[in-house]
Design a protein around this ligand. Structure first.
Ligand SMILES: NC(=O)c1ccc[n+]([C@@H]2O[C@H](COP(=O)([O-])OP(=O)(O)OC[C@H]3O[C@@H](n4cnc5c(N)ncnc54)[C@H](OP(=O)(O)O)[C@@H]3O)[C@@H](O)[C@H]2O)c1
Length: 332
């Protein structure tokens, strides 16, 4: 399998590192890709015979394979490769540059794995249509819940089930803030400041605390698992900025926690602060994410894990790549 990486930031580099670290194990399961291109914002490393990931990681653009100004959007269409892994920065305003990368790859006969929510939030049905028409696979495990393999579980392990609804905590930053407020009785602003100091929250935390990031993930869950055709404007969104320490304390006294809960079923799609029993499997603390699937045969299946982190995300990205490799080998 020939593979291209698009976006070589935290996640892109972690994917390369884990591929090197796990080379033997990957070989054993028949995953021995030749990485023919790695694209960055201002150029790329290209070698049809196969790049040395170790050299790229250590030498950066002083490596001999570096081609200044060679951009993914111009190169992907004609690139001789089977799988494009899209890991550029998320943009939920117009989806770019990821949307163009994914469209170009699928249109030109390449399977795609992405960790980038933007293109899926804005164009899920269109991208799935292109994939179907071109007989290509588009997988996006890393876009929701970081390391949590929820799409894989739904697609493979729960195949016999009808999935009725999905409930979850989909943003680690807002969960961290609510956990701090509950455990240490601090104000929203103090908890947010601490999240920023620890690097969990962006300088502009709007998307996290207003529920936009979680709503984006809910849209991907709704479309990917419940086969709906939702867009972000369909989601009823309420952030956590109005939660006070008094509210979290009162909730605690009654055996509840205030959590920012995403929920979707056939009739409802929303993200809002909710009271969750302290004994509920959804009552996870800190930056953890949790996703619970209500199904007709297995009943409730709940997955808890790290919602972010380059290595954790690389686990999901490579899980998708391995799955595509397996399917393509079986179909040969
Ligand atoms: N980090 C996580 O824990 C995590 C978890 C789940 C999902 N994700 C998603 O995974 C993606 C990557 O995250 P990240 O943390 O690795 O972000 P990042 O460190 O900002 O990496 C993104 C990379 O894409 C590059 N880039 C920008 N425009 C490009 C273009 N046109 N062509 C090729 N490369 C381009 C950026 O270059 P510059 O640095 O020059 O801009 C940067 O190196 C994002 O969509 C993110 O939302 C991340």
């Amino acid at each position: 399998m020939k593979m291209a990486l698009v976006g070589f930031g935290n996640v892109g580099k972690a994917v390369a590192e884990v591929m090197l670290e796990k080379r033997e194990l990957l070989q054993k399961v028949g995953f021995e890709p030749t990485v023919v291109a790695v694209f960055e914002r201002d150029g790329s490393w290209i070698d049809e015979k196969g790049l040395k990931l170790q050299e790229i990681l250590s030498k950066g653009n002083s490596s001999p394979s570096w081609v200044e100004g060679a951009m993914a959007e111009e190169r992907i269409a004609d690139l001789d490769c089977d799988l494009v892994v899209e890991m550029t920065v998320t943009n939920i305003d117009d989806g770019e540059p990821g949307l163009t990368h994914i469209r170009e790859a699928l249109e030109n006969g390449k399977d795609v794995v992405t960790s980038n929510k933007g293109p899926l939030v804005l164009a899920f049905p269109e991208l799935m249509d292109i994939a179907e028409k071109r007989d290509r696979i588009l997988l996006y495990e890393a876009t929701v819940g970081g390391a949590i393999p929820v799409f894989h579980v739904a697609r493979e392990a729960l195949l016999v089930n009808n999935i009725i609804s999905i409930t979850g905590i989909l943003n680690g930053t807002s969960n961290y803030i609510l956990t701090k407020m509950t455990e240490e009785k601090v104000s929203f602003n103090a908890a947010l400041r601490e999240a920023q100091e620890k690097g969990y929250a962006e300088a502009d935390p709007t998307y996290d605390i207003e529920g936009i990031d979680a709503a984006s993930k809910l849209v991907i869950l709704a479309n990917g698992i419940l086969k709906m055709k939702k867009i972000i404007n369909d989601v009823r969104i309420e952030g956590i900025t109005r939660i006070t320490p008094e509210m979290t304390e009162l909730a605690m006294e009654d055996g509840y926690l205030v959590k920012h809960i995403g929920y979707v079923d056939r009739n409802r799609i929303e993200i809002m602060p909710r009271l969750i029993p302290r004994s509920s499997p959804l009552a996870v603390g800190g930056t953890l994410n949790v996703i619970s699937l209500k199904t007709d045969v297995a009943q409730d299946i709940t997955l808890i894990g790290r919602g972010a982190g380059p290595r954790e995300t690389a686990s999901a990205v490579l899980g998708d790549a391995l799955y595509i490799n397996k399917i393509r080998k079986e179909n040969k």
